[in-house]
Design a protein around this ligand. Structure first.
Ligand SMILES: C[S@@+](CC[C@H](N)C(=O)[O-])C[C@H]1O[C@@H](n2cnc3c(N)ncnc32)[C@H](O)[C@@H]1O
Length: 328
């Protein structure tokens, strides 16, 4: 099987995975600048267009306190923590946290150890899809920031396979697709489509562990621009996970409505929205001019233009297990 996408061979889909890239080839995140990493440098021009000049982890921490008692949480699991900057911010806000960092990439896990040196943190080198859900259930909060798109995706799925009973033996993936659509009553696409099968399985595994709080954020295929920004930004939002070609691997945007449905089924209340809910841009005349000219007049403006688009194209999903209550 090709790790980036195996031919369908008549099975009615192709599989795209990134495991080998993350395990063996990845040596930097420089090629895929995440929102968290973009906001990290104190002097970045993107911080200057925000209502609050702060790094990603601080902005997220304050937002999450609306929905969960973060000050009382000690056991937090971050899956795919990249350079560790989000957790570094969280530890500045709450020194009582005992984080576990789980990552498939040895290079990034090493980087996290450097960033978080001096703190009481445990590190696990593992594919999160292979982690026993019992381990998830030992934590109070799980964070998955900008990595759902890395989990396996099925692409070019023939919708006919949703109608036909899966073969009784031999095609575990088709059986899984059938089970997901049937168990969660998911709306079936009418034409060829892509499916975030790994992200769906991840949500299912986390929710079945009973962990009280989960945060996820990623590039969405269902995001919408608010009316005031429609003249400046357009977002492709057709509900079909879109391929994003990156160095050595492909990512797929996320169909959050399916994840939300799975979480709801497992007894989680959900809150969903764009990253702009907590990374709030101030729509000044200057920013409007930058957006209207698509950042054409300087490198800094170009960065700002793309960043503001990302704030609306990336969505988050907060899941709170029933009985734990959402504050506010
Ligand atoms: C795009 S980076 C995001 C890093 C960081 N969360 C951020 O927002 O800057 C994706 C992260 O997920 C990790 N990752 C990808 N697939 C994974 C898997 N199957 N299990 C665990 N970690 C994974 C990568 O190694 C990397 O740390």
């Amino acid at each position: 099987m090709n790790d980036r996408g195996s031919p369908s061979g008549g099975s009615g889909y192709r599989l795209s995975t990134t495991g080998a890239y993350h395990r063996d080839d990845l040596d930097t995140l420089g090629w895929e600048l995440t929102v968290c990493n973009s906001l990290y440098p104190v002097d970045t021009p993107i911080r200057r267009i925000l209502k609050r000049n702060a790094s990603y982890g601080h902005l997220l921490y304050d937002y999450l306190t609306r929905f969960m008692p973060l000050e009382k949480i000690t056991s937090v699991l971050e899956i795919g923590g990249g350079y560790g900057y989000l957790m570094k911010d969280f530890l500045m806000r709450n020194s009582g946290l005992k984080p576990s960092m789980l990552d498939i990439s040895p290079v990034l896990l090493q980087k996290q150890q450097e960033t978080l040196a001096g703190h009481d943190v445990s590190y696990v080198l593992e594919d999160a899809l292979e982690t026993d859900p019992i381990i998830f259930g030992r934590h109070e909060l799980a964070i998955l920031n900008e990595n759902l798109g890395d989990f396996p995706a099925l692409i070019d799925i023939d919708p006919v396979i949703l109608e036909e009973a899966p073969p009784s033996a031999g095609d575990a993936i088709r059986t899984k697709v059938h089970r997901l659509f049937t168990a969660y009553g998911l709306e079936k696409p009418g034409e060829e489509f892509n499916l975030n099968i790994g992200a769906m399985e991840m949500v299912e595994r986390l929710c079945s562990s009973g962990i009280p709080y989960i945060f996820m954020g990623e590039h969405s295929c269902e995001a919408r621009v608010p009316p005031m920004l429609e003249p400046y930004i357009s977002i492709r939002s057709d509900g079909n996970p879109r391929r994003i070609p990156l160095k050595g691997h492909d990512e797929y945007t996320i169909k959050f409505s399916y994840l939300q449905r799975i979480a709801g089924y497992h007894g989680y209340k959900t809150v969903r929205g764009p990253f702009a809910d907590y990374i709030i841009p101030l729509l000044t005349e200057r920013l409007k001019a930058t957006l209207a000219t698509r950042g054409l007049y300087s490198a800094a403006e170009e960065v700002v233009y793309h960043f503001v688009g990302d704030l609306y194209e990336y969505e988050y999903l907060i899941m709170v297990k029933e009985g734990h209550g959402i504050k506010g």
